[in-house]
Design a protein around this ligand. Structure first.
Ligand code: COA
Ligand code: AMP
Length: 632
């Protein structure tokens, strides 16, 4: 480790208050904080508690105040529809402040919740920032989730307004949002006051009741509104993420800490200045989209790109490189699965070579483990650093990375680099003893977490404490396991809970099991994530039928797949259900999911001493072979 990074990192750990106070000087405050960190009620920490600020002011107004209002804030490019547009900071502020006025006219006040269920269009960003402007708390729901997932978020957040659009587009398929919203509203027990729907040109949806208005109607008489003053510890958003059960966890973000931390990361991690173009090819429904399509780049005052397209098929595997050339992108962020999809279609980079990528300086990856083959492939073709960095919805920004704005680190393929300033990462073995270098264990972070991470869960302080802060007192449990080598590089190996990562999307196998158990023929089931060359992992379901069921297995499998698609959504990428005779269990009745996964992935496993009947493992193996999951 060289001195510059080490000095900064050590300071952040030894004296976090001084470190983050300095960073807090870089943002706009209506009233600067004098109390930097309140540690009086662990594990609930408060950053900048007497500071007064506003998210939207820091994303837009501050840059206009500084004379950069004519700079481009947002570029929209949709290869799916052919639409393109650009907005300066002034133009974006004008649209945001009118829509904020429209929300206020609909009775949305500070602290009230607004659900945003929208495709990747500028209005989604405008809606998010408008919430920030008036102090409303947004909760964005990814478009690939089905009605019941949307309904559970409506219920938990008790949202007042739902903002949507007439449709989104997936390659070869139009997603009509209105029927999905109608169904969610029907099944939700909490009743929202109003739906505001953005009509996409040529694809308008029919509005039925008085409670539904179009975006244009909503803004027709609206007044522009200014940013409200918000206490640093009020919430800016809730983003629901998968936990171990079907009940999603509402990750909340505060206001001051969020702005301070994200602005700090743009220069220090990503080496982005305010005159650069930055692109995060994610979706606003995920944390990467929140932090790095919308907030961090706008806090920094650089140009951010919103892309309604895919890495392949819109129209081809050169789509990413075309965007980089067209807009002179300096750095981008995507998921390894996107690179794997491109690699599969254009392994030799023939399409890539058509474009001028001379302005492109680095590519960041996260969301799942980046396999060394893919990193090396991209490195060879792009000739820029390909940086795997590790983070979670909970933290909102990277826990470990190559901090390229401080100092370029050496790459160790398969590792997600070192802990970022602010994170005191430790590896602890199951016996609660600290692991030695290169020894596997649970990855934890010493409390307090840095600013911009999650201060609690929405309306669930106890769940926050029990779920994350209980097993390792004084630490945040990441639920990732791995090791740290002698140079401090972190190697993320796997999740320790039921969460799987499918094409960079975080899913709960427990939630899928809950759906399968509702099938009337299913007695019990297990869902596990098995390795997939493109998506990293895919879920498969194993179901045991109730006695006496004589329906054919193929029909049952198809019904199970459809149920998951209807209840969780297409994003679950759930396509395989196998009917089996029995599930392997311990004598105490615990299903041995880990062992089944190892069999499916052809990994070595130890026969557990507590297994009820070892013969079942052979049965499962044969079932997996019969269903082409496992090659003989
Ligand atoms: N709205 C509705 N449906 C959606 C959707 C959305 N916003 N996003 C995905 N889906 C659907 C897809 O159409 C697909 O449906 P299908 O089963 O009918 O084909 C299903 O959900 C699964 O999608 P996905 O897992 O994304 O697979 P894919 O085969 O469509 O695409 C990739 C594969 C690799 C191209 C794609 O997953 C990708 O670009 N991944 C990047 C992930 C990412 O950005 N993650 C964010 C963290 S950085
Ligand atoms: P999400 O909350 O959707 O961002 O998912 C977080 C989870 O994704 C982490 O807990 C990890 O399991 C996984 N993940 C994210 N980034 C990486 C990475 N660089 N390497 C390995 N796993 C990762």
């Amino acid at each position: 480790m060289s001195d510059k990074f080490k000095g900064i990192y050590d300071k952040s750990i030894k004296n976090p208050e001084e470190f983050w106070q300095e960073a807090s000087n870089e943002i706009f405050w209506f009233k600067k904080p004098t109390k930097i960190l309140n540690k009086s009620n662990p594990p609930f920490y408060k950053w900048f508690e007497d500071g007064i600020t506003n998210t939207c002011y820091n994303a837009l107004d501050v840059h206009i105040d500084q004379g950069r209002g004519k700079n481009i804030a947002l570029i929209f490019d949709s290869p799916i529809t052919g639409n393109k547009s650009q907005f300066t900071f002034e133009e974006l502020r004008s649209k945001v402040s009118i829509f904020a006025g429209a929300l206020r006219a609909q009775g949305v006040n500070k602290g009230e919740r607004v659900i945003i269920y929208m495709p990747m269009i500028p209005e989604a960003v405008i809606a998010m920032l408008a919430c920030g402007r008036i102090g409303a708390i947004h909760s964005v729901v990814f478009g690939g989730f089905a009605s019941s997932e949307l309904a559970s978020r409506i219920n938990d957040s008790k949202a007042k307004i739902l903002i949507t659009a007439s449709c989104g587009f997936e390659p070869g398929r139009k997603i009509e949002y209105k029927p999905l919203v109608d169904q969610a509203i029907k099944i939700a027990s909490h009743k929202i006051d109003k739906v505001i729907l953005f009509q996409r040109k040529g694809h308008e949806a029919k509005l039925n009741s008085l409670n539904e208005i179009s975006w244009d109607q909503a803004i027709s008489n609206a007044q522009q509104v200014d940013c409200v003053e918000m206490n640093s510890n009020e919430f800016s958003y809730i983003l629901y993420t998968s936990g171990t059960t079907g009940i999603p966890k509402g990750i909340v973000r505060d206001i001051g800490g969020h702005i301070v931390a994200l602005k700090w990361t743009m220069k220090n991690i990503y080496n982005i200045n305010s005159d650069d173009v930055w692109w995060s090819a994610s979706d606003i429904g995920w944390i990467v989209g929140h932090s790095y399509i919308v907030y961090a780049p706008l806090f920094k005052g650089c140009t951010t790109l919103l892309y309604e397209g895919k890495p392949v098929g819109t129209p081809d595997a050169g789509a990413f490189w075309k965007i980089i050339e067209n807009y002179k992108v300096k750095s981008m962020f995507t998921a390894p699965t996107a690179l794997r999809a491109i690699k599969k279609e254009d392994p030799e980079g023939k399409l890539l070579r058509k474009y001028d990528l001379s302005k492109f300086k680095s590519l960041f990856l996260a969301g799942e483990r980046a396999d060394p083959d893919t990193i090396k492939w991209a490195e060879n073709l792009l000739n820029v650093p390909i940086i795997d960095h590790w983070w979670q919805t909970e933290t909102g920004w990277a826990i470990s990375s190559n901090c390229t704005g401080i100092e370029m680190m050496k790459t160790k393929y398969g590792s997600a680099y070192k802990a970022v300033p602010g994170y005191d990462v430790k590896i602890i073995k199951p016996n609660k003893i600290a692991a030695k270098p290169n020894e596997m264990g649970d990855i934890v972070v010493k409390l307090p977490l840095p600013p911009g991470t999650f201060p609690t869960l929405w309306n669930a302080d106890q769940r926050y404490r029990d779920n994350y802060m209980f097993n390792y007192q004084g630490y945040y449990e990441t639920y990732d396991s791995g090791y740290m080598d002698e140079d401090g590089y972190i190697w993320i190996m796997s999740r320790t809970d039921d969460v799987i990562n499918v094409a960079g999307h975080r899913l709960s196998t427990g939630a899928i099991e809950e759906v399968l158990s509702e099938h009337q023929s299913v007695a019990e089931c297990a869902v596990l994530g098995i390795s997939d060359k493109l998506k990293g992992q895919i879920p498969i379901g194993l179901v045991v039928l109730k006695a006496g069921v004589d329906k054919d297995h193929e029909t049952i499998s198809k019904e199970c797949v459809q149920m998951v698609r209807d209840k969780i959504g297409p994003v679950a990428a759930f396509k395989i259900t196998i009917v089996i005779k029995r599930l392997p269990k311990t004598r105490s009745g615990k299903i041995l999911r880990g062992i089944i996964r190892k069999i499916a992935d052809k990994e070595e496993y130890k026969m557990p001493a507590t297994i009820d009947d070892p013969a079942i493992l052979n049965e499962i193996k044969n079932d997996l072979i019969k269903n082409n999951i496992l090659k003989n």
